[in-house]
Design a protein around this ligand. Structure first.
Ligand code: FMN
Length: 215
């Protein structure tokens, strides 16, 4: 058997938001999530039994899902995916909105709230069968992050972000923004700044890419 073959199954990267029994905002990153029915709108989500998120979902029976864009900051993934809400306030430095009091990531591609109607115990995980009961519009104009993209392009940056401590780092879902250090022009184009060609110049003063600084 070669488990790597299953890495070709395409799926995204999402942030779960959930409230714990003390009213704290919690949650984690998941990739094990997919829409399975249309009427009613149904999704299946799988969480590890040992995670704090599982404990919260078991109690609350409802949670939110934020769909991450491809260029979400690695620190955002480290924040929700590399530490436990049992010991950290994961939402403290993350810009968020609320759906019925449950947090969703601002500038995600969209988010929704689900109610759990069935749970199935697997060996290491719980499979939650859920119905979507509310939705919240997002920016919607960028590609979603895929789990494969995370694996191939983001693991190193995410580990680095976590190793250097998360406080003070950008946790935006919309990626980093840049300003021209010469004329103050703020870049907010659809193409992520890092992906602009090397010969791209500031449309206001004509200076090169190197003159831009991260906000
Ligand atoms: C890209 C990525 C995908 C992940 N997918 C899942 C998943 O599908 N299910 C899950 O239970 N944990 C998944 N995790 C791990 C949890 O996010 C991680 O264990 C988290 O620290 C749990 O936090 P908690 O204890 O606050 O719930 C993933 C982590 C990353 C970085």
């Amino acid at each position: 058997m070669n488990a790597n073959i299953l890495k070709n199954i395409s799926h995204g990267v999402y942030v779960i938001g959930v409230i714990d029994e003390n009213g704290r905002k919690c949650g984690c990153i998941v990739d094990a999530l997919m829409q399975v029915t249309v009427t009613p709108l149904g999704v299946e989500v799988c969480t590890n039994k040992k995670s704090y998120t599982t404990r919260c979902i078991r109690n609350a029976r409802e949670f939110t899902v934020s769909i991450l864009p491809k260029h979400a900051a690695p620190a955002l993934i480290a924040n929700f995916g590399y530490q436990s809400a049992a010991a950290a306030d994961k939402w403290e430095n993350v810009e968020h909105d609320l759906i019925d009091g449950i947090p969703v990531v601002k500038n995600s591609l969209g988010s929704f709230k689900v109610k759990v109607f069935h749970e199935l115990e697997l060996s290491t995980h719980i499979l939650w069968s859920c119905e979507v009961v509310d939705t919240c519009e997002g920016t919607g104009n960028e590609e979603p992050m895929t789990y494969r993209y995370y694996q191939t392009d983001l693991v190193e940056a995410t580990q680095k972000a976590f190793a250097s401590g998360l406080s003070g780092q950008s946790m935006s879902a919309s990626g980093d923004s840049y300003t021209c250090g010469v004329c103050g022009y703020h870049y907010d184009g659809d193409t992520p700044f890092e992906e602009l060609p090397d010969d791209w110049v500031c449309p206001q003063c004509g200076m090169s890419k190197e003159c831009f600084v991260k906000d």
